[in-house]
Structure formats: C-alpha cells, structure tokens
Design a binder for this molecule. Structure first.
Ligand code: CTP
Length: 224
C-alpha cells in the first residue's frame, strides 16, 4: 500500500476495521488542585469517533477530560495527563488499523507534582517544566506496514508549512491542519475548517462546517 487508506479500502484488511482516536486536552498537574492545560473541547475527536462508529468500525477513544457524553458504540478510555494518554494508547495502537491523534496534548509538564496544595509566598513562582512524551511521534515510529497514522496540526501561523513539517517528521500518512487563530472555528468551537495533506501530495480543503461533517469528510478521504 503506497497511499494511506487504499489498502483498507481495497480489502487488504478483511476484518472489521479498528480505529484508535485520541481526543480532548491533557492536564499536567502542579499540585493536587492545579494543572496546566488548554481549551480543547474534544468535539473534533468525538465527532470522528461517532463517524467511525457509523461506518461500523471498532472504535477505541482515548480521551482527556472533556464535558461530552461518550459516543455510543465507542470504547472510551478516560485519561488525565499526556503520560496516561500514552500508556493507554500504546497497547491499543498495536491492535488498530487506523490511528487518528486529535488530542491537544500538553507539550510540557511540571518536573514534579507537589504532594500538597502549593501555598502563595507573595513573591514570584517559577515553574520548572519538562517535555511530555510525543504520543503521535513515538507510536508513528513503530507503524506496521498497512497501518494508517493521521495527525492534526493546530497552528496560528504558517499553517501549511508547519503541517507539512509535522507530516514528514512524525512519519504520518495524513495530517489535518487547522488554523486555531480563526474565531468560531477549530479549538473549542462547533465548526471547523481544515486542510488535509497526504504523504503522496494530496491537498484538499474542507469547511467551515460542523465538526461531524468535517469528520465525515476526513474519513471519506482516507478511504478513497
Ligand atoms: N501530539 C501528541 N503528543 C504530544 C504532542 C502532540 O500525540 N505530546 C499530536 C497531536 O495529537 C497532533 C499532532 O501531534 O495530532 C500535532 O500536535 P501539535 O500540538 O499541532 O504540534 P506539536 O507536535 O505539539 O508541535 P508544536 O507545539 O511545536 O506546534
């Protein structure tokens, strides 16, 4: 298979297609009550899970903390931190035909979690942050032949160039680029507009549209 999805579509995969999706933000705790996170709602990942279930795929959804009901028919694994998300994904990755990393994973975490609530001192507080595991890159490195790996690129600048770099550097088959600086679209919004780039030079844009329609578009393109 040289084009992502073609093997799945042409019947190389004869079993029920299995899909792993990450969604939502992660939380990186400083102490028992405070954390670093971002404004991801999980809506795009949950829409992809619902769209995949509607195609009768077996869906594992590894989700950071969100305020959404679980998509009926998907198996949801709830996680908090990037490390938790990685541990939940690693065994499921080996079982899946298609991995779609939608989660807005925190890139840094505090180097230590204080066991008790931090007290204010009146002076400045400096946080020592260390990188989290890059789930998509780490799992992408052990991709099997025929397995399809899809990333998302949330960008505020140089959307296409940054997305192309991530497509190559993370060994992806496809990347879904979205401009998170446009108000009412993308992160935490109900609608999205995306640019889908494929490793074989595909370049297709879609939207603005509701996230379920965007999910249907993405899965439809992967299966062409
Ligand atoms: N991702 C991941 N694990 C991380 C960081 C990102 O799996 N620790 C995945 C995201 O789910 C997404 C892709 O990598 O599919 C790109 O995420 P993005 O935040 O756009 O890019 P980063 O790789 O974090 O790079 P930067 O923050 O420098 O743009």
């Amino acid at each position: 298979m040289d084009t992502a999805g073609r093997g799945i579509m042409s019947g190389v995969v004869s079993h029920r297609l299995r899909c792993l999706i990450t969604a939502g933000p992660t939380r990186e705790h400083l102490d028992p009550v405070r954390f670093l996170s971002n404004g991801s709602s999980g809506k795009m990942g949950y829409a992809l899970a619902a769209s995949a279930v509607a195609r009768d795929w077996q869906v594992d959804l590894v989700s950071g903390p969100v305020a959404l009901p679980p998509p009926p028919g998907a198996t949801v694994v709830d996680v908090v931190s990037a490390e938790d998300m990685f541990r939940a994904c690693a065994p499921l990755f080996d079982l899946c035909d298609l991995f779609i990393a939608v989660a807005a994973v925190a890139d840094y975490r505090p180097s230590a979690i204080a066991p008790e609530k931090l007290k204010k001192t009146g002076g400045p507080l400096r946080l020592d942050l260390v990188p989290t595991v890059d789930i998509l890159r780490t799992l992408g490195e052990r991709k099997r032949p025929g397995q399809v790996v899809v990333g998302f690129a949330a960008e505020t600048l140089d959307l296409e160039a940054n997305a192309r770099r991530k497509l190559t550097e993370k060994n992806l088959d496809w990347i879904v680029a979205n401009d998170v600086s446009r108000s009412g679209l993308g992160m935490n919004a109900d609608d999205n507009a995306v640019l889908l780039l494929g490793r074989n030079g595909e370049r297709i844009s879609f939207g603005p549209a509701p996230k379920f329609a965007v999910a249907e578009f993405i899965l439809g393109q992967l299966m062409r």
